[in-house]
Design a binder for this molecule. Structure first.
Ligand SMILES: Nc1ncnc2c1ncn2[C@@H]1O[C@H](COP(=O)(O)OP(=O)(O)OP(=O)(O)O)[C@@H](O)[C@H]1O
Ligand SMILES: [Mg+2]
Length: 252
């Protein structure tokens, strides 16, 4: 086996002392995170705890007030726009809603990131990539459909396909199961796990869904009051007597 440099064996995402406030609303207050290669790391936090803000900071859609963020060995906060764009191609981002363009077909939606990043300009090559990713998410016959013709679960799959078409090394999932019924949610989680193996990605999954925690997370960080509150596996959290942790299990 080829030897890997130490830099490649370090965390693929490292966040230290992350702080972000909106006016007097202090959302993140010294949050830390390490994502190891090949890992599914989950950040569990209640609504409004700053989960979406956290992943937006990681890809610098939001500018943090303090702290450091390294992704694939690069200092995200120090990059110029061009370097940031290049890095973002290597990071997939699945938005909280599927965020498909309603006026575009599935095919056009999937080609959008390719066009934006100037990848695969040849139409035939684009079509091949679209077909490949559609069959990976189990929806090979949907190229010509519009989002309004898809169910919620199908839209989520297409959103996933659009994230994967750039073959990212890291994927950030924002609430991948929200708004789906439990069975469809479970299918999406199983698909995420399958694709993670197929595409060899490392993931941060942001959610308050304990089913996601149970099925998919190698490690869970509980985000509370802007900081790391508790960290562990699903079984550790299940057994915890900490009131914040217990509050997630209220219906279980
Ligand atoms: N662009 C923004 N401007 C001002 N305040 C914001 C902005 N984005 C987020 N916030 C605030 O930051 C806090 C955390 O929001 P965030 O969207 O990260 O919550 P969340 O944990 O993702 O919640 P949910 O589970 O409901 O998605 C909220 O109080 C929100 O109002
Ligand atoms: Mg959110």
């Amino acid at each position: 086996m080829e030897a890997r440099s130490p830099a490649l064996d370090g965390p693929v995402v490292q966040v230290r002392g992350l702080r972000k406030a909106f006016g007097s609303n202090l959302v993140l207050n010294g949050f830390d995170l390490d994502l190891r290669r090949g890992e599914n790391l989950m950040v569990l936090g209640k609504s409004g705890s700053g989960k979406s803000v956290l992943i937006k900071c990681i890809v610098r859609l939001l500018q943090p007030d303090a702290g450091s963020i390294a992704v694939l060995g690069q200092d995200v906060l120090a990059l110029d726009q061009e370097a940031l764009d290049r890095l973002r191609v290597r990071i997939g981002f699945l938005f909280q809603s599927s965020a498909l363009y309603d006026s575009m077909t599935v095919q056009e939606n999937l080609e959008f990131p390719l066009r934006r990043h100037w990848i695969a300009r040849d139409p035939k090559e684009k079509e091949t990539l679209v077909e490949e990713v559609l069959s990976a998410v189990g929806l090979p016959q949907t190229r010509k459909l519009y989002p309004s013709e898809l169910s919620g679960g199908m839209k989520r799959r297409i959103g996933l396909a659009r994230t994967l078409i750039l073959k990212p090394e890291i994927v950030l999932y924002d609430e991948p199961t929200t708004g789906l019924d439990p069975v469809t949610g479970k299918e999406i989680v199983e698909l995420i796990l399958k694709l993670q193996t197929a595409y060899n990605t490392s993931s941060i999954i942001i959610s308050h869904d304990l089913n996601v925690a149970k099925l998919a997370a190698n490690r869970i960080i509980v985000l509370h009051e802007g900081r790391n509150h508790v960290e562990g596996g699903y079984d550790d959290l299940r057994a915890s007597t900490d009131p914040v942790v217990r509050s997630f299990f209220i219906f279980m």
